[in-house]
Design a binder for this molecule. Structure first.
Ligand code: SAM
Ligand code: FES
Length: 351
């Protein structure tokens, strides 16, 4: 099969076997990439029209017990200036976001043991009580089944936990004292509980190959998450990977289009990391099949402390400024902003 036929098969069947996927990644040229992104756009338009959903990201703690080799807030980075927001600060941030029109709040942080289950449940219940029309997304790492269930019962709707890479060998080399199997189990547990679940991976990690991406794509097809977050790896100066090269735009946008065809209804962010490696990265992500953007709502005083990688954009702007800028960017490439909850079209909460 030639590349174009493989793209047609992916479009029609939402599936490729490993050999076909690898062939596509190894052989895609400019013309076929254009064809791939046209198909991806066709599919996203069929399910989501021109809408781009906005999520308000609240980075509420940069304390972390883990030591991921790529991450600027890893435990052993002694240069990181640590902070955690109080419950009142989190609620005030939600209030500001609500007034700007946001109806999804994403609470993201390192794995901070200060936030016990009781504290998290309290935070979730208070957000849901004050903003009942809003969705709450958590992104706070690996927890037990019971913890995930408690947060869900308290009202959390969605959970983002990137698998980071589906290559066990690569995963192990990047995550000291963590278990690949546990990360994968967490994702299945989240699905079992009833969350809208987001998995995802980084692009351009040291020694990462197209064979590794095939594993990522096969894993995503098997898990069938409601959301997929992918973005380029970008080095951070205070990590062991400081001297490495960042992931590239072209590979990231190709993978976005492939994921759109593999999981047609998926909620797929065009990430801040993509906007960091290229000034038009987020727009190009949308044109490749992405349909979500996650502007930062975190208080301006803490923005630059949540430094996962060097050069992160939007650390100096107020949330309102970010919103205007993003709306313009989204409209400049022919899409329209939707500030609603923006659930996955297939998902119903049944608890
Ligand atoms: N602690 C939570 C977890 O493990 O899922 C959420 C916070 S973690 C900082 C959020 C995501 O940031 C990770 O899943 C990872 O993919 C991404 N990330 C961390 N360091 C990065 C880097 N140097 N370049 C690009 N993305 C990075
Ligand atoms: Fe924990 Fe990055 S090492 S959030």
């Amino acid at each position: 099969m030639v590349t174009k036929e493989i793209i047609d098969k992916l479009h029609e069947k939402n599936y490729l076997n490993e050999e076909e996927m690898l062939y596509l990644l190894n052989n895609i040229d400019e013309e076929n990439k254009k064809y791939l992104s046209e198909k991806a756009l066709e599919v996203r338009t069929m399910y989501y029209g021109k809408k781009v959903y906005l999520r308000g990201l609240i980075e509420f703690t940069n304390y972390c017990r883990n030591d991921c080799m790529y991450c600027g807030i890893r435990a052993s980075n002694k240069n990181a200036k640590r902070y955690r927001l109080s419950i009142d600060e989190i609620l005030n941030t939600c209030r500001k976001g609500y007034e700007l029109g946001f109806r999804t709040f994403v609470l993201q942080g390192g794995e901070d043991t200060y936030f016990s289950n009781d504290i998290m449940v309290d935070i979730i219940k208070r957000i849901k009580n004050d903003f009942p029309s809003c969705a709450v997304t958590l992104s706070i790492g690996e927890k037990s089944f019971d913890s995930y269930k408690k947060y869900f019962d308290a009202g959390a709707d969605r959970y983002l936990l990137r698998h980071e890479t589906a290559s066990k060998k690569l995963y192990q080399s990047l995550h000291p004292n963590m278990s690949f199997e546990n990360r994968i189990e967490c994702l299945y547990n989240l699905k079992k509980i009833g969350y809208q679940v987001g998995a995802g991976f980084m692009i351009g990690l040291p020694n990462q190959t197209n064979e590794d991406f095939v594993k990522d794509l096969m894993f995503l097809k098997e898990l069938e998450p409601h959301m997929v977050g992918i973005g380029p790896f970008i080095p951070h100066k205070d990590t062991p990977l400081s001297g490495e090269k960042a992931g590239d735009l072209n590979t990231t946008t190709t993978l976005l289009s492939i994921i759109r065809l593999l999981l047609p209804k998926v909620l797929l962010p065009s990430t801040t990391a993509l906007g960091t490696i290229n000034p038009k990265g987020r727009e190009l992500g949308l044109l490749s099949g992405a349909n979500v953007v996650m502007p930062n709502l975190s208080p301006i005083e803490v923005r630059d402390k949540y430094s996962l990688y060097d050069g992160k954009i939007c650390t100096g702007e107020e949330a309102a400024e970010c919103l205007v800028c993003l709306k313009n960017r989204i409209e400049s490439v022919g899409f329209e902003v939707d500030m609603g909850r923006g659930d996955n079209v297939d998902w119903k909460r049944n608890a």
